[in-house]
Design a protein around this ligand. Structure first.
Ligand SMILES: Nc1ncnc2c1ncn2[C@@H]1O[C@H](COP(=O)(O)OP(=O)(O)OP(=O)(O)O)[C@@H](O)[C@H]1O
Length: 375
């Protein structure tokens, strides 16, 4: 009788166990499938992997011994951490910037030395390291280079803030992300928060601003203020812009050090050309002084393009001579040693004419934009 009573109970228990197992299996399978096809989840995983990679690089170089782990960060900080730039990926120092002597001196005196010798500078109540720095001037003249060199010289960590992510609908929760920028910087200080094209993000507030954007800007400023009043934090917001006149006045007030990085003059253009061509073969007939004189109005990046395009034209000439209409694979290895790879006057002349022409086209297209007058 007892046995007969127990038998159905065992069956019931078996059924319950099977039911639970099937339910659990279905749940985890469904979860796995959703995680595989959900784009948001996939993006979060990518961010996590990228953040982990960047943190690993940072920790490897960290001499203070204080490691920052992925587990120390919340979801929003992780999204920002994916935009960290490891020191080995920056690799730009003063030696990589030609000209701009006054700017370098100013940055050294007002920023680098005070950051590197904080104890000494703290002795004076008159001095405080600027928590906000603005680099402004025409495009391609070295603003980003200066920002990177500051990070390298001071060995500070570098968040290259991609402002579009703060307003991106995929990330959502703009305000939490804005907060995460500062909390992450706090966790890994000394740290530079670099905002390129800061005018596009923190432009003068207007009625046309979306409510969420306006709130995020306000929050950003509040967090920045927290930084400015904290005496023991070593976090600097470094902004770069081509259009300083578009930046909100309240933001400009938070950036006491404002440096104009203008177009290079003749002597600076010569320095830049020498730096760019340092490791290239250049024929002795090429007069770099003359080239510097003929490139009035060129930015550093225009000069780089000039040299690159001269090299392209030279290589084309070499290839035409070597290969002609022949088969590249067959002929190249045999005559390679005989090639003259030195850039010559003709290469530069061709490249200069091409660049001047394209600059002219650009200028006529953007007649209303007159950078020179704005500064
Ligand atoms: N002073 C300089 N010395 C050496 N190279 C320079 C200099 N200025 C510009 N360059 C060259 O131009 C490139 C662009 O410079 P950079 O990105 O710093 O310009 P930018 O002012 O930040 O421009 P944008 O406003 O377009 O962001 C550099 O990678 C470098 O090759």
């Amino acid at each position: 009788m007892d046995l007969a009573n127990q038998w159905p109970r065992c069956q019931i228990a078996g059924c319950v166990v099977r039911f639970c197992a099937i339910t659990a299996l279905s749940y985890f399978t469904a979860k796995w499938i959703i995680s595989r096809v959900d784009p948001l989840n996939q993006m979060k995983n990518r961010i996590k992997q990228k953040a982990a990679k960047q943190l690993k690089k940072l920790n490897k170089r960290n001499s203070s011994g204080k490691e920052l782990k992925l587990g120390d960060l919340n979801e929003h900080e992780m999204a920002i951490a994916a935009h960290l730039v490891a020191p080995e990926d920056i690799n730009i120092g003063w030696r990589d910037i030609a000209g701009l002597h006054k700017i370098k001196e100013e940055v050294r005196d007002s920023l680098i030395l005070p950051l590197m010798h904080q104890e000494l500078y703290k002795q004076s109540r008159l001095f405080s390291t600027p928590k906000g720095v603005l680099l402004y001037g025409p495009p391609g003249c070295g603003k980003t280079l200066i920002a990177k060199a500051v990070a390298t010289e001071t060995q500070m960590r570098f968040i290259n803030l991609d402002v579009s992510m703060l307003t991106d609908k995929w990330y959502g929760e703009s305000q939490k992300l804005a907060k995460a920028v500062f909390t992450l910087a706090q966790k890994m200080q000394p740290c530079i928060i670099f905002i390129d094209e800061i005018d596009s993000f923190l432009r003068a507030r207007g009625n046309s601003d979306h409510e969420a954007t306006a709130m995020m800007k306000t929050q950003f400023m509040m967090l920045w203020d927290g930084l400015r009043t904290a005496t023991n934090s070593t976090i600097i917001v470094l902004g770069a812009t081509n259009r300083p006149q578009d930046i909100d006045m309240a933001i400009l007030r938070r950036m006491p050090l404002q440096l104009h990085i203008g177009a290079p003059n003749k002597a600076e253009r010569l320095d830049i050309l020498r730096l760019i061509l340092k490791r290239e073969k250049v024929n002795s007939s090429v007069d770099l002084r003359h080239l510097a004189k003929s490139t009035d109005g060129f930015s550093g990046s225009d000069l780089r393009e000039l040299c690159r395009s001269a090299m392209v034209s030279h290589m084309k000439h070499v290839m035409d001579e070597q290969i002609g209409a022949g088969d590249a694979k067959q002929i190249l290895p045999f005559k390679f040693d005989a090639c003259d790879l030195s850039l010559n006057v003709e290469d530069f002349e061709k490249s200069l004419a091409k660049l001047k022409k394209s600059k002219q086209v650009l200028l006529s297209k953007a007649e209303s934009v007159t950078y020179g007058e704005e500064y």
